[in-house]
Design a protein around this ligand. Structure first.
Ligand code: PEP
Ligand code: MG
Length: 338
């Protein structure tokens, strides 16, 4: 049944993710390993919306050298043949520790020394990565993205180091895209509150709901005991996403989403209705989300979003989404995933 279902979806690979009333959404892939590139292409990813560069670092004996990183990033960029690749700088820490990174014991690692905090404290390691990403940008369209930003100062510090990395390359005559778009993950509530200010300093936001949900709801994303409380359709989560989208759009900046929520059929249409026109997800989910988007109108998605923003409970929001999915004849997709 699963194979037949996928064969059916394969016919969608080269079709746009376009609603019945002509609103086009970009569907992108999240990747971590070079092998994922094959899956991204196979499932019709239009861009790489999130390249988790820490993944190759986890299986290595030491921090990758600049040349090793350039080689890796170039292969991803060339593999996408002119379509943009969003390369996220290292998001180590929390549950992603390589053996060679010595981190003292932390009682709350998700609230501890992780992600951009590590990069900013290890500027030499960070600059090696920044140079490598810049050099890969000479081979095709690359966007650079900083994870776990929680303040304006962090962006300014990261951009200062980026400017130094650019100077290094200029002084050695190495090619790179001098207008490389620079963006941030929106995954910490503080960033959502500051979104209008942060939008002035960056070219794009990518909403990381995997972390955003855990920080907004105070629910550990990896703790099964509280798994039922980890709820993407919580009204507070939806408000946060809406605020981040509106702040980006008001500033004329691009906004996408790369958390698992984008791949959830119960959430995808609502996200489109909130104004997200770029959803990035595990490559496997692209065809199914495309099928859903092609079955609905943008008007339906917008009405759903408007209604969801008014509702005060998860239960009410879910029944509203369920009704829309039933009207669209998409209950089979929901049942398959829930
Ligand atoms: C997220 O937090 O939503 C995200 C995409 O990043 P990661 O899952 O790698 O933390
Ligand atoms: Mg995250």
């Amino acid at each position: 049944e699963y194979r037949a279902f996928n064969r059916d979806l394969e016919t969608l690979r080269d079709c746009p993710a376009e609603t019945v009333d002509g609103h086009v959404v970009t569907l992108s892939a999240n990747i971590g390993l070079l092998a994922d590139m094959h899956l991204a292409r196979l499932h019709g990813a239009e861009t790489i919306g999130l390249y988790r560069t820490e993944v190759p670092f986890l299986s290595h004996r030491d921090f990758l050298t600049e040349e090793e990183q350039v080689d890796l990033y170039r292969r991803v960029v060339e593999g996408m043949a002119g379509r943009p690749v969003t390369i996220r700088t290292l998001d180590l820490g929390a549950d992603k520790y390589p053996r060679y990174l010595h981190v003292p014991h932390e009682d709350n690692p998700f609230l501890g020394w992780r992600s951009i905090r590590i990069s900013l404290e290890l500027p030499e390691v960070f600059k090696v990565q920044l140079r490598a990403i810049l050099r890969a940008s000479a081979c095709g369209p690359v966007r650079m993205m900083f994870p776990m930003i929680s303040s304006l100062e962090e962006i300014l510090q990261a951009k200062e180091l980026l400017a130094e990395a650019e100077d290094d390359l200029r002084s050695t005559g190495q090619a790179f895209d001098r207008n490389i778009p620079v963006g941030i993950m929106m995954e910490v509530p503080a960033a959502v509150y500051l979104a209008p200010v942060l939008a002035q300093e960056v070219d794009f936001f990518s909403i990381g709901t995997n972390d955003l949900i855990q920080y907004v709801l105070a629910v550990d994303r990896n703790n099964r005991k509280v798994g039922l409380l980890y709820e993407p359709l919580h009204p507070a989560v939806i408000q946060c996403v809406a605020n981040a989208v509106n702040a980006a759009k008001n500033a004329g900046k691009h906004v996408s989403i790369c958390g698992e929520m984008a791949a959830d059929p119960m959430c995808a249409l609502l996200l489109v209705g909130l104004g997200l026109d770029d959803l990035s997800m595990g490559p496997f989910f692209i065809p199914i989300i495309k099928r859903l988007i092609r079955a609905a109108s943008f008007e339906t998605a917008q009405n759903l979003a408007e209604e969801a923003l008014r509702l005060p409970t998860v239960k009410a929001i879910k029944s509203c989404v369920f009704e829309v999915m039933r009207d669209l004849g998409m209950i089979d997709i929901v049942e398959m995933y829930h």
